[in-house]
Design a protein around this ligand. Structure first.
Ligand SMILES: *[C@@H]1O[C@H](CO)[C@@H](O)[C@H](O)[C@H]1NC(C)=O
Ligand SMILES: *[C@@H]1O[C@H](CO)[C@@H](O)[C@H](O)[C@H]1NC(C)=O
Ligand SMILES: *[C@@H]1O[C@H](CO)[C@@H](O)[C@H](O)[C@H]1NC(C)=O
Ligand SMILES: *[C@@H]1O[C@H](CO)[C@@H](O)[C@H](O)[C@H]1NC(C)=O
Ligand SMILES: *[C@@H]1O[C@H](CO)[C@@H](O)[C@H](O)[C@H]1NC(C)=O
Length: 765
C-alpha cells in the first residue's frame, strides 16, 4: 500500500513537471484492476487511451464500462477506493409490470438464470410466454406475457414489456399507447404505437435495455435477415403462376447499398477487423442473389476513407472482387482522435444527389437505398447527424412524408441500419438515426461481433431461400450437417440386384431428379433395385420411381473395333417417388444451359449456352472438383480439365487402359468427354470406383455449377475402394461434358408437356 501511494505521488509529481514543458503524461495501472474480470487498453498507458473492462458471460463491469486516460495522466472517471470496479451478475428488467396477472416468484430484482412464471387473474387469458428465464444478455427469454380479456376493442392489448410503463388503456382505431422505461433502463423500439384499422399496432414492441443488455446473433440474424432479404428479393424476378405453368416476371429498379465502418479510437481494432470480415461476407452473400447492387463502402473517423465510390458502379467501372481484395488488406493504421458522424451521412447524401442528377428524377424514383453503419455513436465533431438524415429521407421519399396516411408511401425505398459496436454505446443518439418501415428492427446492439460473419451468412442461407441452384456454404461449420451444407446436392446411389451391390454418386439437379452415370445400371435392373441416399431432414433413404438412360448409351457398341467398353453418353436421370425438401442441406446443383445457371453466372439479358461455356471454361487448364465417398459423408477431390491444345496428350493415355486395342484414342474418348489426371502441370486427384456418376463441378461466387460427371478412368489406383487418391504420370479420367448432352437433359428436366414436376427452363440456344 505504502508503495502504491508513493508511486502515484511520484507519477503525479513527474506529471506536473512534464505538463510544464508541454509533454503529455502517461496514466498508471494503479487501482485499475477489476474484481472477477480483466481490462484491455487501446493505446497502453498513453494519453487518449481507452481502458475497456471485460467480464465473463453473465456478468458486466460496474460501475463503469470504460475509462479514458487524460493528458494530465489521470483516468476519467477517477477510480474511487470505496466503489471498486467489479464484475456484477447481469440483471433483467422487472417483469412485475404485467397487468391483470401475477409473477412468480415476486422479487425486487431478477438475475441471470432466475426463472419466472406468469398467471392471469380469472376471466383473463394469457398470450405470450407463461415461463421466462433471465438470459446472460440481460433479456427475458420468450415473449412478453399479456393477460387480456375480449373487450371488443379493435386492437389486441399490446401488453407492457418488462421494465416499462405504459400510458393508454383503450385500444380502438387511432388510439395511442406510449411507453417509457423505468429507472436506469432505456427504450429500444417504438415509444408510441397507434391502433390501425386492420387491427395491428404500428411500429414494433419496445424493450427496456440496461447498458449491459445486448442483442444475440440469433436475434440480429432474424431481424436484419428478414428485412434485408425483403430489399434483395423485391428486385428479384418473381414467380407467378399462369394457367398452371410458372412464369417469371422481371422487376425494374436499382439497389444501392452504403456501408460504413467506424475506425475511430474508441473502437477496438479487433472489433473493426471483425466488422470488415462481416462486411465482406455480407457483400459476397448478397452477390449470390440475382440483384447486383451498387455499393458505397467507407471507413470513417474525423475523415471519410472511401474504398469504393458508388458512382463507379453507375459507370460500370467497379469490380466487386477488387473491392473485396481491398477490404481484406485494409489496415486501421493511424487513427484520428475525432469522429465526425455527420460527415459520413453528408457523404452519403452527396452521392445520392449526384446519382439523382445523373440518372434523372424518373429513374431515381426506382432506386432503393440501404445504409448499414457500424459505430459506437461517439461523435465529437460535426454535430448531430440528425438534420442530414432528415435530408436523406427527403431526397429518397421525394417530398412524400413516409407516413402511413401518405398514399404514395416511399418508406420501402430507404433503410438505415445501425450496428452498435464498441465498449461504450451512445444508444439515444444512434437510435434516432435508424430509418425503416415500421415494425422492423433497424438498431442492433452487439456485445460480441465475433459471430457476425456467421450471422450474415445465415441471413441469406436460411432454409426458405428456394430456387437458387448451387447455393452453398463455402466453409466448414460445426455440427453434423457441415458437409451437406457445403455440397447440398450430393446423393449416394446403391443398385442392388443379383450379386454384389453397385455404388455410385449422383447429384440433385431438381427436387425430383438425380443425375448420374448410365453405367451404374445394368440391363436387368429395375427401379426397386435402386436406392438414393440424400438427407433432406425428412429421412435419408429415398425411393425411386424410374430411371432413364441416355438413348445413345451403348457400352458394347465398339467391341468390334477394339473398345471393349464404350462409355459415350454415359448419363442417366433417376426420378424420385417424392420430391426432395429443398433447404440449406438439400438443394439442386446448377446444370448447363438453364436460365438459373445464367443467373448464377451473372449473365445479364438474353444469354446463351455458349456464353455459359465460355465463362466456365476460360482457359485450357480448368480446375474442377468432384467428390468421393468417405464413411457416411464425402471428401473433395481436385483435378484439371485439359482443354484445347492440352487435350490431345491427355486423351492418348486412354490407349493404355485395359480392353482397348484400337490405335485411335478418339474412338474411345469422343468429344463428349473432359480429360483430367496426370502430374503436369498439377498433380490431379484420380477417380475411384464408387466415384462414378458424381458431379464434376466448378464454384462461381458461392454457387456451384456441374460441368461434367465422372464416367471412367484408365487405371485403378485406389486401394480397397475410395478415398482422396493422387494420380500417377499416366493415369487419366474421362468425364461426360454436360454441355454435350443438353438435349437429353432438356427432354426430361425441361419437359413442359407433363404435370408431375415443375420443368427447368432451358435456354433456347
Ligand atoms: C508513456 O509510455 C510510452 C510507452 O507506452 C513511452 O514511450 C513514453 O515515453 C511514456 N511517456 C512518459 C512521459 O512517461
Ligand atoms: C436468482 O439468481 C441469483 C443469482 O444467481 C441467485 O442468487 C438467486 O437465488 C436466484 N433467485 C431465485 C429465486 O432463484
Ligand atoms: C421496366 O423497364 C422497361 C424498360 O426500361 C419498361 O419497358 C418496362 O415497362 C418496365 N417494367 C415495369 C414493371 O416497370
Ligand atoms: C421537393 O421539394 C423541393 C423544394 O421543396 C422541390 O424543389 C422539388 O421539386 C420537390 N420534388 C418533388 C419530387 O416533388
Ligand atoms: C414429356 O412428358 C409427356 C407426358 O408425360 C410424355 O408423353 C413425353 O414423352 C415426355 N417427353 C419426353 C421427351 O420424354
Amino acid at each position: 500500500m505504502g508503495f502504491s501511494v508513493h508511486w502515484s505521488w511520484l507519477a503525479a509529481l513527474s506529471c506536473l513537471l512534464c505538463m510544464g514543458s508541454e509533454v503529455i503524461c502517461n496514466c498508471t495501472d494503479d487501482k485499475m484492476q477489476i474484481e472477477g474480470g480483466h481490462y484491455t487498453l487501446t493505446k497502453q498507458m498513453e494519453s487518449g487511451s481507452m481502458l475497456i473492462y471485460h467480464c465473463p458471460d453473465g456478468y458486466y463491469p460496474h460501475p463503469y464500462l470504460t475509462r479514458l486516460c487524460q493528458a494530465n495522466g489521470n483516468w476519467r472517471p477517477v477510480p474511487k477506493r470505496f466503489s471498486p470496479q467489479r464484475c456484477r451478475v447481469v440483471e433483467c428488467p422487472d417483469p412485475n409490470v404485467m397487468q391483470y396477472g401475477s409473477v412468480n416468484p415476486p422479487e425486487e430484482r431478477y438475475f441471470v438464470g432466475n426463472e419466472t412464471t406468469y398467471d392471469c387473474y380469472s376471466g383473463y387469458t394469457l398470450r405470450g410466454s407463461s415461463k421466462r428465464v433471465c438470459l446472460p444478455n440481460g433479456k427475458w427469454s420468450g415473449r412478453t406475457p399479456i393477460c387480456s380479456h375480449d373487450s371488443g376493442d379493435n386492437c389486441a392489448d399490446p401488453g407492457i414489456p418488462a421494465g416499462a410503463s405504459r400510458t393508454g388503456d383503450i385500444f380502438g382505431i387511432d388510439d395511442r399507447v406510449k411507453y417509457s422505461c423505468n429507472g436506469n433502463l432505456f427504450l429500444v423500439g417504438s415509444k408510441e404505437r397507434v391502433c390501425q384499422e386492420n387491427g395491428q399496432w404500428t411500429g414494433r414492441e419496445p424493450a427496456c435495455y440496461y447498458r449491459h443488455t445486448y442483442d444475440t446473433s440469433l436475434e440480429v440474424s432474424e431481424a436484419f435477415g428478414s428485412s434485408i432479404k425483403d430489399s434483395l428479393t423485391t428486385l428479384e424476378p418473381i414467380d407467378g403462376i399462369q394457367t398452371g405453368r410458372s412464369i417469371r416476371i422481371p422487376k425494374n429498379g436499382t439497389l444501392n447499398i452504403y456501408i460504413a465502418v467506424d475506425i475511430s479510437e474508441s473502437i477496438e481494432e479487433t472489433h473493426v477487423n471483425k466488422a470488415i470480415d462481416a462486411v465482406i461476407k455480407l457483400i459476397t452473400k448478397i452477390s449470390s442473389f440475382s440483384v447486383s447492387p451498387n455499393y458505397e463502402i467507407v471507413f470513417f473517423s474525423s475523415e471519410v476513407y472511401e474504398i469504393v465510390n458508388i458512382l463507379n458502379f453507375l459507370d460500370k467501372k467497379a469490380d466487386l472482387k477488387a473491392i473485396i481484395a481491398e477490404l481484406e488488406k485494409f489496415k486501421v493504421g493511424h487513427k484520428n482522435t475525432g469522429t465526425d458522424l455527420d460527415l459520413l451521412f453528408r457523404t452519403f447524401l452527396e452521392r445520392m444527389s449526384i446519382m439523382k442528377l445523373r440518372v434523372g428524377e424518373k429513374v431515381f424514383k426506382d432506386h432503393r437505398h440501404v445504409l448499414i453503419i457500424f459505430t459506437d455513436g461517439a461523435y465529437n465533431m460535426g454535430g448531430s447527424p440528425e438534420p442530414t438524415v432528415a435530408k436523406i429521407k427527403n431526397i429518397v421519399y421525394m417530398n412524400h412524408t413516409g407516413q402511413q396516411e401518405d398514399e404514395e408511401s416511399r418508406e420501402n425505398f430507404l433503410d438505415i441500419y445501425i450496428f452498435a459496436i464498441g465498449a461504450e454505446i451512445f444508444d439515444n443518439d444512434l437510435q434516432k438515426l435508424t430509418v425503416g418501415v415500421g415494425g422492423k428492427s433497424h438498431y442492433f446492439r452487439m456485445k460480441d461481433i465475433t459471430n457476425l460473419q456467421e450471422t450474415f451468412d445465415d441471413i441469406i442461407d436460411e432454409k426458405e431461400v428456394k430456387g437458387l441452384c448451387g447455393l452453398h456454404k463455402d466453409y466448414e461449420t460445426t455440427g453434423k450437417d457441415s458437409t451437406r451444407k457445403m455440397y447440398p446436392w450430393w446423393a449416394f446411389i446403391t443398385v442392388q440386384n443379383d450379386g454384389p451391390p453397385n455404388y455410385c454418386i449422383g447429384s440433385l439437379v431438381s427436387p425430383e431428379f438425380i443425375l448420374t452415370a448410365a453405367h451404374c445400371f445394368k440391363f436387368e435392373d429395375l427401379p426397386e433395385h435402386v436406392t438414393i441416399e440424400i438427407d433432406d431432414g425428412q429421412g435419408r433413404v429415398k425411393q425411386v420411381k424410374t430411371f432413364i438412360l441416355h438413348p445413345e448409351y451403348n457400352n458394347k457398341k465398339k467391341v468390334a473395333i477394339g473398345v471393349k467398353e464404350f462409355y459415350d453418353y454415359d448419363v442417366a436421370l433417376v426420378q424420385l417417388k417424392e420430391a426432395i425438401k429443398i433447404s440449406n442441406i438439400a438443394r439442386p446443383i446448377c446444370i448447363p444451359c438453364t436460365e438459373e445457371t445464367s443467373g448464377a453466372l451473372k449473365l445479364v439479358g438474353v444469354s446463351t449456352c455458349r456464353q455459359q461455356e465460355q465463362v466456365l471454361f476460360k482457359t485450357h487448364m480448368e480446375r474442377l472438383n468432384f467428390l468421393t465417398k468417405k464413411g457416411s459423408t464425402v471428401a473433395l477431390k481436385e483435378a484439371h480439365a485439359k482443354l484445347g491444345d492440352n487435350r490431345g496428350e491427355c486423351i492418348k493415355h486412354a490407349l493404355e487402359a485395359p480392353g482397348i486395342t484400337t490405335l485411335d484414342p478418339k474412338e474411345a474418348v469422343t468429344d463428349n468427354f473432359l480429360c483430367t489426371g496426370g502430374l503436369s502441370p498439377y498433380r490431379d486427384h484420380i477417380t475411384c470406383n464408387g466415384d462414378s456418376g458424381g458431379a464434376v463441378f466448378k464454384n462461381y461466387e458461392h454457387r456451384t455449377i456441374q460441368v461434367a460427371l465422372v464416367s471412367w478412368g484408365t487405371k485403378d489406383l485406389c486401394k480397397s475402394g475410395g478415398g482422396v487418391v493422387e494420380s500417377d504420370e499416366n493415369s487419366r479420367d474421362f468425364h461426360i461434358n454436360l454441355f454435350r448432352v443438353v438435349p437429353f437433359l432438356k427432354s426430361i428436366l425441361g419437359n413442359e408437356s407433363q404435370y408431375e414436376y415443375a420443368p427447368l427452363t432451358f435456354l433456347s440456344d
